[in-house]
Design a protein around this ligand. Structure first.
Ligand SMILES: [Zn+2]
Length: 345
C-alpha cells in the first residue's frame, strides 16, 4: 500500500468513498475502449463506414486543448454514436463505469441531438430508458441534465428547455449551458433559462472556462440567469468569487480536465481548487469528460488528497460539500449524508 507522507488517503480509500458526480457529459464519458467496440460493430454492418478507429484517435499520449477538443465531438464522437444501438450501448457502459468507481449518485448531462432515425426527443427517451433499466440502479440513482449548446439560437435553446420540462417527471432535473466557449452570445438564452427556472428546473452553467468567455459582461449576464451551480469557474475576478459565495452557488471543479487541457496554468497544486477549498461554499469534484481525460472521480479525490495533504476525514467532508448542491432533492441528500456518516465509522 502506498501512502504519501502528508495524507492517510490511498486509492482504495477514494474508491470506497461514497462520491457524487455532478458534471459529467454523457458522450465525453464514453471510454476509448467502448467507442472502439461500437466502431467495430458498426464497421461489421457497414464496411464503408468513413470513421477511423477511436483507439488511434484517442491514444493516451494525445493532449487536448480548447481548439482540438470541441471538434472531436462535433466531427467524430457524435457521428460514431449516432445509432439507436450505439446510444444504448454507450450509455450503459458509462453508467457501469461510474458505478464501479464508487459513485453513489450521478447527474449526467447531454445535449439533445438528432441523428439517423433518432429525433432529439427519442434520444432523450433512449438515455432515460437506459437509466431506468440499468441493473444495480439502486446503488447509483442517476438524473439527467439537458445541455444547451452555446452555438444554439434562442429558439433551439427553448426547444431544449421544453424537452427538459416534458421529461421532468422521468428524471430530468436541470438545464446546462455548454459547448465551445469561444462561440456564441450567451445573452440570447435569457428567456430559455427563465422558463426553465419557472418550471422548477435547476440551472448549471459552464462559467469562465477560457479568457474569451470570461468578460465581465458575459459573466454578469450568466449570473443574472440565477444559476444554482457553475462549472469550471476559472477566470473569475476575486470580487465576483465573493459574490458567488454570497449567493451560495455550488461549484463543479474539474481538475484533471482543466490541467490536461491547459485551461488552468500549472499543475493540480496551482488549480483554483486550492483557493476554494477553504471558503464557505459547496464544491463538487467532477470528471467532466472521463473518456477523454481518463481520470475517474476516485482519482480526482486521490489527486487533491496527495497534492493538498487532505486526510480521510477531510475527504469525507469534501464529498459532503458536493452533496449540498445536488439537484436530486432533499431525500437524496439525506441518503447520501447517511452513507458518508456510515463510512466515517
Ligand atoms: Zn463540461
Amino acid at each position: 500500500m502506498t501512502q504519501s507522507a502528508t495524507t492517510d488517503v490511498d486509492a482504495a480509500f477514494t474508491l470506497s468513498l461514497p462520491k457524487v458526480e455532478l458534471h459529467a457529459h454523457l458522450t465525453g464519458s464514453i471510454t476509448p475502449q467502448c467507442l472502439h467496440e461500437i466502431w467495430q460493430q458498426r464497421k461489421l454492418s457497414d464496411p464503408n463506414l468513413a470513421l477511423g478507429d477511436p483507439l488511434e484517435l484517442l491514444s493516451k499520449d494525445k493532449t487536448w486543448n480548447a481548439t482540438t477538443f470541441f471538434p472531436l465531438f462535433s466531427s467524430y464522437i457524435y457521428a460514431l454514436c449516432s445509432t439507436r444501438e450505439s446510444i444504448i450501448y454507450s450509455t450503459n457502459s458509462v453508467l457501469q463505469n461510474f458505478k464501479e468507481d464508487g459513485v453513489v449518485y450521478l447527474e449526467l448531462r447531454t445535449t439533445p441531438r438528432s441523428s439517423e432515425g433518432v429525433s432529439k426527443e427519442a434520444y432523450i427517451g433512449l438515455v432515460l430508458g437506459c437509466i431506468d433499466n440499468f441493473e444495480g440502479k439502486e446503488a447509483i440513482p442517476t438524473y439527467l441534465i439537458l445541455s444547451i449548446d452555446r452555438r444554439s439560437t434562442a429558439s433551439q435553446a427553448m426547444e431544449v428547455v421544453d424537452l427538459a420540462i416534458r421529461y421532468k417527471e422521468r428524471g430530468v432535473v436541470g438545464v446546462d449551458l455548454c459547448g465551445d466557449p469561444s462561440k456564441g452570445d450567451v445573452s440570447v438564452f435569457k428567456a430559455a433559462f427563465t422558463k426553465a427556472k419557472q418550471h422548477g428546473l435547476k440551472i448549471t452553467l459552464h462559467f469562465a472556462e477560457v479568457p474569451a468567455s470570461s468578460s465581465e459582461l458575459e459573466l454578469e449576464t450568466l449570473l443574472r440567469f440565477g444559476p444554482d451551480r457553475l462549472g469550471h469557474v476559472i477566470h473569475v475576478p476575486e470580487e465576483m468569487a465573493h459574490e458567488i459565495m454570497r449567493r451560495r452557488i455550488g461549484l463543479e471543479l474539474c481538475i484533471s480536465c482543466n490541467v490536461q487541457a491547459s485551461l488552468t496554468e500549472g499543475g493540480v497544486g496551482e488549480h483554483h481548487f486550492g483557493w476554494w477549498k477553504d471558503r464557505e461554499c459547496s464544491i463538487a469534484l467532477c470528471t467532466d469528460d472521463l473518456g477523454i481525460f481518463g481520470s475517474p472521480l476516485s482519482n480526482e479525490y486521490l489527486l487533491v488528497a496527495e497534492t493538498f495533504g487532505l486526510s480521510r476525514k477531510e475527504l469525507l467532508k469534501l464529498s459532503g460539500r458536493a452533496v449540498e448542491c445536488i439537484f436530486g432533492g432533499e431525500e437524496e441528500k439525506q441518503r447520501l449524508l447517511a452513507l458518508l456518516v456510515r463510512q466515517e465509522k
